[in-house]
Design a protein around this ligand. Structure first.
Ligand code: CA
Length: 224
């Protein structure tokens, strides 16, 4: 899951981004509203959620939200507001925000709100995902193959989850980078290959002919 965080308080942005990265999200940060609107207009399909501060230099969060919806951009938006701006909450929801959070908020509450928003369209998606003899529990973040537990890093876990959610589809490196890594990694596309290699090793597939197939010159495919 990739998030765009738009927040002009740089320390807060950095702290939130670090925490969210530790939870397995890829996070891009922008500090200005006008830059954020440009990014959202052009790259909204790259993001699963936009976290938008209300008071921003360049363009305020409510205007960004309203304009994005006018452009038929449906990416979920969570707005961060200061306490004295709470009376505008109805306007925020009317402007097309999915939810809002009043500062100061706890990091755990932010995570809970994000999970609820991201779960909304896919509530029927089960906590257990299966592909062949592999079983992933998304809630407990555990993986088993043939009932034997496999210890994956967070990145390997989200990578495997992405493959299992898109079975039999050839997925290229750019798509994986876009959805699972943030902008800092955009130019290091071998980071994907390295993680796929490690993932295969842990799954016991070392030759590229197992569950995760290499599609030469294109990317990877999970065979079901
Ligand atoms: Ca602000």
């Amino acid at each position: 899951m990739r998030l765009l965080l738009v927040e002009d308080e740089e320390k807060l942005a950095k702290a939130l981004s670090q925490g969210l990265t530790q939870k397995g999200y890829a996070v891009d940060i922008l500090h200005r509203g006008d830059k954020a609107f440009d990014r959202i207009s052009l790259n909204h399909a790259d993001y699963d959620l936009i976290i938008l501060d209300l008071m921003l230099p360049g363009m305020d969060g409510e205007t960004i939200c309203k304009r994005a919806r006018e452009y038929n951009i449906t990416t979920p938006i969570l707005i961060l507001t200061a306490r004295n701006e709470v009376e505008s909450k109805i306007n925020l929801l009317l402007a097309g925000a999915d939810d809002y959070l009043v500062k100061p908020f706890s990091f755990e509450e932010l995570c809970a709100r994000i999970q609820v928003i991201l779960r909304r369209p896919s509530e029927i998606v089960p906590a257990i995902l299966r592909a062949g003899d592999i079983e992933m529990n998304i809630v407990e973040r555990t993986v088993k193959r043939d009932d034997k537990p496999i210890d994956l890093t967070l990145k390997e876990f989200v990578l495997l989850e992405y493959f299992i959610r898109h079975p039999n589809k050839v997925i290229n490196r750019e798509e994986l980078l876009t959805h699972l890594w943030d902008f800092n990694y955009a130019s290091f596309s071998n980071v994907v290959d390295v993680h796929v290699k490690n993932l295969r090793k842990k799954l016991g597939d070392n030759n590229g002919q197992g569950l995760l197939e290499t599609v030469r010159g294109v990317g990877y495919r999970l065979k079901e």
